[in-house]
Design a binder for this molecule. Structure first.
Ligand SMILES: Cc1ncc(COP(=O)(O)O)c(C=O)c1O
Length: 272
């Protein structure tokens, strides 16, 4: 583990990341010894840092990522946490923040063998996402909604992902992924203006598919009509959802052309 570029596994107990979740993180796929979408992750980090007013030394962070990568296995996950750094008691940030950057490398989580061919199951989480337009999109450290939603897997052992709604019954994303679907033949992903994380893979798919993939507000009622469903994040890639438990009913979906095109694109990016 690297803390501001030095090998260490500890940070001061007065770090504001711990006290207030005052920081950001990125989780980056390591494939064949390189960081996938490294620039896009750095850009999202910089944007989040600008929103929170945390200084972000791009060049130093890029160098520390390279150092960590050189010591990591060829396949895995690099996690980067950037906090505002040490602080006293009270919310008001110090005038001259000294950010803390922690970089750690982890094994790649294994996916069940048949997941990509058969698709996974999903359920609707009871836990909702609050509206907060200022923080929507950025990957800040306050993830209690996801922590609470993830506890619902305890009663959904078979599920690969839980889908989350906002305060007004719009479907937003998965607990750890973005959501994509086909509705009336149109390729759509929820617009993330009120809540949700603008995923790096989501952004890549929006750019790759151009006007064919649209961002839209998607009411829960429309989910019942989905012809295809998949979730994606930059670590596990694209995972089809073929069975969704929804209000006591089960929705079955095909692994259709949109899902297949997205899966093929991720394989290309991986170089597989
Ligand atoms: C809540 C949530 N939404 C979306 C994503 C997808 O983000 P990315 O594609 O950057 O991995 C993640 C990834 O961890 C997430 O936790």
């Amino acid at each position: 583990m690297l803390v501001n570029g030095q090998t260490s596994d500890s940070i001061p107990a007065n770090d504001r990341g711990l006290a207030y979740g005052d920081g950001l993180f990125e989780t980056i796929r390591i494939a064949a010894g390189r960081l996938l979408f490294a620039e896009a992750h750095l850009e999202r980090l910089s944007h989040g840092a600008a929103v929170l007013g945390i200084p972000c030394d791009h060049a130093a962070i890029r160098g520390w990522m390279e150092t960590a990568l050189a010591q990591a296995p060829a396949e895995g996950v690099l996690k980067l946490v950037l906090t505002r750094g040490p602080g006293g008691r009270g919310y008001r940030p110090p005038e001259a923040a000294q950010p803390t950057c922690v970089i750690s490398c982890h094994p790649l989580p294994e996916l069940p063998a048949t997941l990509l061919e058969r698709g996974g199951q999903a359920f609707l989480c009871r836990q909702r996402l609050a509206h907060q337009g200022v923080l929507a999109g950025i990957k800040h450290l306050n993830r209690l909604e996801q922590v609470l939603a993830s506890q619902e897997f305890a009663t959904h052992h078979e599920a690969f992902e839980g889908l989350m709604l906002d305060q007004e019954n719009r479907v937003v994303e998965g607990t750890r992924s973005n959501l994509f679907m086909v509705l009336d033949g149109r390729w759509q992903t929820p617009a993330l203006t009120r809540c949700g994380i603008r995923g790096i893979l989501r952004q890549h798919l929006l750019e790759h598919f151009g006007g064919r993939l649209e961002e839209a507000d998607i009411p829960l009622a429309r989910l019942h009509e989905a012809e295809e469903l998949f979730v994606a994040n930059s670590v596990f890639g694209v995972v089809p959802l073929t069975r969704l438990e929804l209000d006591g009913k089960v929705l079955e979906c095909a692994i259709g052309p949109f899902t297949q095109a997205a899966m093929a694109r991720f394989r290309e990016v991986l170089g597989a």
